[in-house]
Design a protein around this ligand. Structure first.
Ligand code: SF4
Length: 91
């Protein structure tokens, strides 16, 4: 199921009186506008709710890796972990 997009006027960070984001971020509706903001101000100026932000980050920081998401995740802990519980010895 497609994730629903959050627009600024639906967001709790939007200041309705000042008509701007309290965090100083931008959430353009079109991809070309998002790309322009990223080129002018950097990708960090884009809001985390912007649907084009992740793709722009991947393209910027890993331009030669097209299928970055297919990499198998690194294991957090090795498969065979042995844990020994030690009791405190009282003198
Ligand atoms: S830019 Fe992002 S965080 Fe700021 S008001 Fe819009 S949706 Fe919310």
């Amino acid at each position: 199921m497609k994730e629903r997009r959050i627009l600024c006027h639906q967001c709790s960070a939007y200041d309705r009186e000042a008509m701007r984001c309290r965090h100083g971020k931008a959430n353009p509706q079109k991809k070309a506008e998002s790309l322009l903001v990223a080129e002018l101000l950097g990708v960090r100026a884009l809001c985390v709710h912007n649907p084009f932000r992740e793709a722009l980050l991947l393209r910027m920081y890993s331009p030669n890796r097209r299928f970055l998401w297919t990499d198998p995740p690194a294991p957090l802990i090795p498969a065979d972990v042995e844990i020994e519980l030690m009791e405190d010895e009282e003198p």
